[in-house]
Design a protein around this ligand. Structure first.
Ligand SMILES: [Zn+2]
Length: 106
């Protein structure tokens, strides 16, 4: 899929909402919400310019990892990161600079 304005938000997959999640109000109080507006795209379901940048950079990282034949688990061990963090950065769900720095340092 080309990365452009029509790209769906990677966090909510274009639905504009995420959930169910548990909201913690403190003092042991909290509640489950089935759907909440996506914090990444503000509920639009469309990736923001910032997210598109993260996705583009994450794609470069993923392609480099795959080209070397490395699995997510291998990369996590080598870089001293948890696999879910690497996955989130490769998918554009998180700002990927920490992964970029780790990769560049090796
Ligand atoms: Zn979203």
């Amino acid at each position: 899929m080309p990365i452009d304005e029509s790209c769906p938000c990677p966090t909510c997959k274009g639905t504009g909402h995420v959930g169910p999640i548990h909201l913690n109000y403190g003092n042991g109080r909290g509640e489950w919400k089935v759907k909440v507006p996506c914090h990444r795209c503000g509920g639009s379901g469309i990736a923001t310019p910032e997210t598109l940048d993260w996705m583009a950079r994450g794609k470069v990282l993923r392609e480099a990892r795959l080209a070397s034949g490395e699995t997510m688990g291998d990369a996590a061990t080598r870089l001293g990161m948890i696999a879910s963090a690497i996955s989130a950065m490769e998918e554009g769900k998180r700002e990927p600079s920490r992964l970029e720095q780790k990769v560049a340092a090796q």
